[in-house]
Design a protein. Structure first.
Lengths: 341, 272
């Protein structure tokens, strides 16, 4: 088989639930070795799309292939090439962590010894050795997620689907999950992941497709998307109100656009072409002897991305859609860089 | 690190397009192992095949014994095989209910994406549940013997009766497995199953001779496969004999399998 055959290819994929077109004519191509991110708000159709590709839901229209194998005609082959980690952990509550991994390995004809060895290594890798012989019911959410991912890896599939791998995880566990995903890719795995967070797609994905109401509304690299959908801004609070005009002039010269001024708050907001321009602005202001009280760099948020791409925001038809993700306080896509004198 | 650095499965390799019969059997046995682990860890789910046979055997023998046969010891050869049938039926209902509960669990989502036979997650628990029928049948006979039952069929007769009881349980379980695959909730499955289980068990010759029933009940009791199963159990355990009833029972069970196994498999596959 040809090495250039993509890991996933979908054309005009449609899935309807009654009146609702949950996935609406989506084209997708995931190259081998890529991390492909599907970004979209709750209810956009991300899970439905993954389920179709994973042979869990039937295709209503269009076609999909995994490593050149038709998902509809060769589901068994597709399943042999796939590891799937869903939004909710799919492990057996009645078994221990080791028994779970053994079960999934044995079901896939891995011999007992190899299964035991691989299970032990995976548990160690995922920092679960301590809990290897504990029942899953005693596991925290993060531990379940990790075990779930380990279960998907036990037969070393070349393609992994991750449905919102970090939704609901605390920042530390989220960081660990990101590390693991990077390791997978470093070892040659292809990853298709979904996320609600621009930040996460930005960190992990080589290529991002933005979907909304079942439709793909944009696709590109993280940088391409960001420059097309919104820009970072640099907000400066000066010590002296009188220095605002000269600061504005410096900023204008550096970024090629006039900043927005809020003199009563001694503030100017500078639109950035690239995030690193913030440093240029700060350094130049210091060279001019302009004193700065505080600084804040803001990247475009997911809400802004959606507003720009779809003309509506992410929460419009989904009141408190992200409310369920209680553990995430760090996930709004704003990065703060506060310097206070 | 080794787990993540071992070679990936090669996507260019020629992979089988379907599951071989041998692999299907092995996957079914692995899932049967899983089901027995579950039994071990949730022992309360085993009450229907452990505590219940003990209680029911002592209770039913005491209650009906005097009324029907004049004495408890005369009644034991009639009721003990009847109770074997009844406890196995109860255990069958649990097979369907537990399948429904299982299908709602997260782990089923993983079974669906694994390259395994679609039927294995259904067949595995059904194989494991034969162990439950075995326990139920054995305990009922043992309790009977403790309270004075002396099976005339000897060891051979009783062992044959128990094994036949296991087969009957497995066959009848297809009815309740079908309910399990079509019901929306475990409670719903439980309710429907009991509605079927009670008439099948009680409108039979399990506890009272069918001659005492009104004619319309008797008509049902006499064609009821459960009646034939129980007659066959009695003939095996009490006389060590294979009689025509065993033939009728096997035929009845075969019809049940022929109807409900394809129905179950079809509706289960739709959900897999
Ligand atoms: N089995 C189903 N039956 C009916 N509607 C569904 C079903 N699954 C998903 N949906 C609907 O399809 C849309 C997309 O859902 P989903 O793919 O889960 O979105 P996401 O994963 O992006 O949050 C939602 O409006 C959801 O309510
Ligand atoms: Mg989802």
């Amino acid at each position: 088989m040809d090495e250039t055959i993509p890991a996933v290819r979908a054309e005009g994929l449609v899935k309807t639930f009654g009146e609702l077109r949950a996935v609406d004519r989506v084209d997708l191509e995931v190259r081998r070795g890529q991390v492909f991110g599907v970004l979209g708000p709750n209810g956009a159709g991300k899970t439905t799309m993954l389920k179709i590709l994973a042979t869990l839901l039937t295709i209503d229209e269009g076609r999909a292939e995994v490593f050149g194998h038709d998902v509809r005609r060769e589901p068994h082959v597709v399943r042999q090439l796939l590891g799937v980690t869903g939004q909710y952990a799919s492990v057996d509550e009645n078994l221990t962590a080791t028994e779970n991994l053994m079960l999934f390995a044995r079901l896939q004809a891995v011999d007992r010894q190899t299964a035991r060895r691989t299970a032990a290594t995976l548990l160690e890798q995922f920092d679960l050795s301590q809990a290897a012989n504990k029942p899953i019911s005693a596991f925290s959410g993060g531990m379940r997620r990790r075990l779930d991912l380990a279960a998907s890896l036990i037969t070393r599939p070349p393609l992994i689907f991750l449905d919102e791998p970090t939704t609901g995880l605390d920042p530390r566990t989220r960081g660990q999950m990101w590390e693991t995903i990077r390791e997978l890719v470093a070892n040659g795995c292809t990853v298709l992941l979904t996320t609600q967070y621009l930040d996460e797609a930005d960190q992990l994905a080589d290529r991002i497709a933005v979907i909304d109401h079942g439709r793909k509304v944009a696709e590109g690299t993280s940088d391409e998307l960001k420059s097309s959908i919104g820009r970072s801004t640099l907000t400066l609070n000066l010590v002296e109100r009188s220095e605002i005009p000269s600061a504005a002039e410096v900023a204008h010269r550096l970024v090629g656009e006039p900043p927005t001024l809020t003199p009563e708050a001694r503030r100017l907001t500078v639109p950035l072409q690239r995030s690193d321009q913030a440093v240029d602005v700060l350094v130049t202001l210091r060279d001019h002897g302009i004193a700065i009280e505080s600084v804040n760099v803001q990247k475009p948020s997911l809400d802004e991305v959606f507003l720009a791409l779809t003309g509506h925001d992410t929460h419009e038809d989904d009141a408190g859609g992200r409310a369920g993700d209680g553990a995430d306080s760090t996930t709004d896509s704003t990065s703060h860089l506060e310097i206070v004198r | 690190m080794t787990a993540l650095t071992t070679a990936l499965r090669d996507p260019s390799a020629t992979l089988p397009r379907r599951v071989s019969p041998r692999a299907t059997v092995s996957q079914t046995l692995t899932l049967a192992w899983r089901a027995t682990m579950k039994m071990r860890r949730n022992f309360e789910q085993m009450f229907d095949v452990t505590i219940q046979p003990l209680l029911f055997t002592a209770m039913f023998a005491g209650i009906f014994g005097g009324a029907i046969s004049g004495s408890v010891s005369d009644y034991l050869p009639i009721i003990i095989p009847g109770l074997v049938g009844q406890t196995v039926m109860t255990a069958c209902v649990a097979t369907g209910v537990q399948l429904r509960e299982d299908m709602d669990k997260g782990v089923f989502d993983r079974f669906k994406v694994l390259p395994i036979a679609r039927i294995a997650p259904l067949a595995g628990p059904m194989v494991a549940d034969m162990l439950r029928y075995l326990i139920a049948g054995t305990l009922t006979f043992l309790t009977g013997m403790v309270i004075g039952y002396r099976p005339g069929g000897g060891v051979f007769g009783v062992v044959a009766a128990i094994l036949f009881g296991v087969f009957a349980g497995w066959s009848l379980a297809w009815i309740f497995t079908w309910f399990g695959t079509i019901g929306r909730t475990a409670q719903g499955v439980q309710a429907t199953s009991l509605m079927i289980m009670f008439p099948l068990t009680f409108i039979s010759n399990a506890f009272v001779p069918t001659e005492t029933m009104p004619s319309w009940l008797r008509a049902f009791a006499e064609v009821n496969p459960v009646s034939h199963v129980i007659s066959a159990l009695r003939d095996l355990a009490n006389d060590g004999q294979v009689t025509a009833d065993l033939g009728w029972a096997v035929l009845g069970l075969a019809v049940i399998i022929a109807i409900f196994a394809p129905l179950s498999v079809r509706s289960f596959n739709r959900k897999m």
